[in-house]
Design a protein around this ligand. Structure first.
Ligand code: HEC
Length: 137
């Protein structure tokens, strides 16, 4: 089948419009994650995710994140109590829950952390986050 010229000519335009929309979407989700972090997390985990010696575990270059990516969503929503080992140091202070954050907000927040603060953990899909949140106890 022969594709008519005007349609063929529109392809590059459509391609760039697609790229632009994709980028806008990417930056919006990244930006939401960053804002939520500043609002709900940075007071304890600090602006650059470095934590607070002996009290608050780091999110920066944190081995815990790479080892437990499926638990991050639950910790954000329900907080956490008990001992946790991060980069060779044991922490044991309660972290409060964030019951008002939606699944989408938790998704953007999780991926902001996983791809910033020197972490190189693969991002989680929205479907994975929904599943993670269903298995919190
Ligand atoms: C009031 C202080 C406080 C706030 C606010 C807070 N956390 Fe925490 N967070 C902690 C503490 C303390 C622990 C260690 C919990 C324990 O000892 O079991 C922790 C543990 C964690 C862990 C697991 C250990 C690690 O370092 O990887 C993650 C992930 C985490 N927090 C992410 C977040 C995110 C994301 C937010 C924002 C939604 C947040 N925290 C807000 C204090 C806080």
């Amino acid at each position: 089948m022969k594709i008519p010229k005007p349609i063929l000519a529109a392809f590059p335009v459509l391609f760039f419009v697609g790229l632009l929309l994709g980028n806008l979407f990417f930056f919006r989700t990244q930006e939401q994650g960053q804002k939520l972090y500043a609002l709900h997390c940075s007071s304890c985990h600090m602006e650059k995710g470095e934590g607070l010696a002996g009290l608050i575990p780091p999110l920066k270059n944190a081995d815990w994140l790479a080892q437990n990516p499926e638990k991050i969503a639950c910790i954000i929503r329900y907080g956490q109590k008990g001992k946790v080992l991060v980069n060779g140091i044991i922490y044991n202070h309660p972290m409060p829950a964030n019951l008002k954050l939606s699944d989408t907000e938790i998704h953007n927040l999780t991926n902001f952390i996983l791809s910033n603060f020197e972490n190189q953990v693969p991002k989680r899909t929205f479907e994975q986050i929904v599943k993670d949140l269903q298995s919190c106890h």
